[in-house]
Design a protein around this ligand. Structure first.
Ligand code: ATP
Length: 242
């Protein structure tokens, strides 16, 4: 089973934000969606996570349609949004337990889940720290841990390392590498080194369309470039005479 996106389209008034996007993402794949500002990445993620209805087209998410059965799709996925949902007055552990209770865990179960995720995300020694006192890197890690509470099969990470310093970014990459293969991860980012370090495959969007798709090596071969930055610039270049 996989994620099968079929001619997915979103139009806002006369603006086509996502234009007949078709692609397949394998189960357990780490997929990076790239594109310039306004290329349509966030709109794509909103549709795939059933936060926004497509104008036309569909996506079958591990067997269920976002159009036909969004409730079933929502159960399989979770999102770590750019603006994190960390509650500033709750501690790290309380944030995790709160989410677990929302998803129906008993008090004891919620505590166990929180402890396991704090271990996994390197937050155990900050269990009692309030959300407002966390560094940017810790807040990000907590946000992803919160998204993992529901044990999703698919997780969307929307620019997870924006504003993080080098060490915090590398720490987060290591955690994501540990997660890799266990669940399907769809990442959007503007950091190309992040894509090189983490992604199995890359999709590059440009003006709502899928401009290129492949592994890093495939994209390099396709464009004759040796660096992802040059691949990206070539594939998203404006035509001279539009
Ligand atoms: N709710 C909306 N109403 C009208 N237009 C919108 C809406 N949401 C997005 N758009 C437009 O759709 C296009 C795609 O936007 P989107 O946010 O998906 O791009 P993006 O690739 O995520 O960009 P960024 O890298 O800046 O986050 C843009 O032209 C944007 O202005």
């Amino acid at each position: 089973m996989e994620i099968k996106i079929k001619e997915l389209t979103k139009t806002f008034k006369d603006r086509v934000a996502v234009d007949q996007l078709s692609l397949t993402i394998g189960k357990g794949e780490f997929f990076a969606l790239l594109g310039e500002n306004g290329a349509g990445k966030t709109t794509t993620i909103k549709m795939l996570s059933c936060l926004m209805e497509p104008t036309s087209g569909d996506a079958i998410m591990l067997g269920d349609s976002i159009v036909g059965n969004p409730q079933a799709v929502k159960k399989k996925l979770n999102i770590s949004p750019q603006e994190t949902a960390v509650a500033r007055k709750l501690s790290v552990q309380e944030n995790l337990e709160f989410i677990a209770r929302i998803y129906g865990s008993t008090k004891q179960d919620a505590e166990q889940k929180a402890i396991r995720l704090m271990e996994m995300f390197g937050l155990a020694d900050r269990a009692k720290s309030k959300g407002r006192n966390l560094s940017g890197g810790m807040e990000r890690r907590l946000s992803i841990a919160m998204a993992m509470i529901s044990e999703p099969e698919i997780i969307f990470l929307d620019e997870p390392t924006v504003g993080l310093d080098v060490r915090a970014r590398l720490d987060l990459w290591q955690i994501l590498l540990d997660l890799k293969g266990q669940i399907t991860i769809i990442l959007t980012t503007h950091y190309l080194e992040e894509v090189e370090a983490l992604a199995d495959r890359i999709g590059i969007m440009h003006k709502g369309r899928l401009q290129a798709l492949g592994t890093l090596e495939e994209l390099k071969n396709q464009t004759g470039q040796t660096k992802l930055q040059d691949v990206f610039l070539q594939l998203t270049a404006e035509e001279e005479n539009p």
